[in-house]
Write a protein that binds this ligand. Structure first.
Ligand SMILES: [Zn+2]
Length: 296
């Protein structure tokens, strides 16, 4: 894997950057499994720098996008595909809020669609759905579980016939090594006046500060961290104005949480009652942002 040292901030191009947190992972030892959504090696991170001008936090040196793309292409995440119900509750809430900005019946594109849990719900809510997913295995899961045919590959290679009234980036931005080129590609998919939904961890959140180096969003797959201003700046640079923003809380089954902490519970008689129990994890350490693309 090639690692490129950066002398400037990838977001604002300013030169006033400094070490934010020293890395704990060994780039040469990484495998596709380390990029799972359900990866439980929390606290595992790249060496991170922060920008004094815009507050953006980024991996430095930065791993090359092609190596990361190969990891995602080979990624399998059966556990994620099975965790449909808990994730579904989060997604239903997002669809409800999105429905006020882009009414059902609108064309919706989910970028980084994983196994299609969100798109399946969006389709049931009346949206006309398409999705993009770089993992071949998750593309196959989406077809098998929900009959969804996702575009396999990175966003830069997707060429839709028409732009979409709604585009969603749910826990995606923190995975991309070059947010500007990625957002430029994504902005082309959004119709003038259309809505972009972004969910991404908040590096300035209380949880991030209290948990320090053990924050659960520190993981091999996360190469970027935003806070409110840096996220709004990126969106503004690509023609989007934020119309709504809220703190985001994930829902998981108790089984999912318990097996993060106690992996030996998997497959035991406790599995069923734990799976049935749903908790709301009120960490509020992500942003959920709705942004509107300028009408030319
Ligand atoms: Zn900057």
């Amino acid at each position: 894997m090639n690692l490129t040292p950066l002398e400037r901030c990838p977001l604002c191009r300013g030169g006033r950057i400094a070490l934010f947190r020293k890395g704990t992972l060994e780039p040469r030892a990484l495998r596709a499994d380390d990029f799972r959504i359900t990866d439980r090696h929390y606290g595992s991170r790249w060496t991170l720098f922060s920008c004094r001008d815009c507050g953006f936090v980024f991996a430095n040196p930065v791993p090359d996008a092609e190596a990361i793309e190969r990891f995602y292409a080979a990624l399998e995440d059966e556990e994620y595909s099975q965790e449909g119900e808990g994730r579904g509750r989060n997604f239903a809430a997002i669809l409800k809020r999105l429905g006020r900005l882009a009414p059902p019946g609108s064309a919706l594109l989910d970028v980084g669609a994983a196994s299609g849990i969100f798109l399946n719900l969006a389709r049931a809510a009346g949206f006309r759905v398409q999705g993009i997913e770089p993992s071949r295995s998750l593309v196959a899961d989406a077809e098998r579980l929900y009959g969804l045919r996702l575009f396999h590959g990175p966003a830069e290679r997707f060429a839709p016939v028409e732009p979409f009234a709604a585009v969603t980036l749910l826990d995606v931005l923190e995975h991309v090594t070059d947010p500007h080129s990625f957002l430029a590609a994504v902005a082309r998919f959004v119709a003038p006046g259309g809505t972009l939904v972004v969910v991404t961890p908040d590096i300035a959140s209380l949880a991030a500060r209290l948990m320090g180096g053990r924050w659960w969003h520190y993981r091999a797959a996360h190469v970027n961290f935003f806070h409110r201003r840096s996220l709004e700046r990126l969106l503004a640079d690509h023609g989007f104005a934020v119309v709504r923003r809220r703190r985001f809380a994930w829902n998981f089954s108790a089984y999912y949480l318990a097996t993060r902490l106690l992996p030996f519970l998997k497959g035991t008689p406790l599995q069923r009652p734990l799976k049935a129990l749903h908790l709301r994890l009120q960490l509020f350490d992500s942003w959920e942002v709705y942004a509107r693309k300028a009408e030319k």
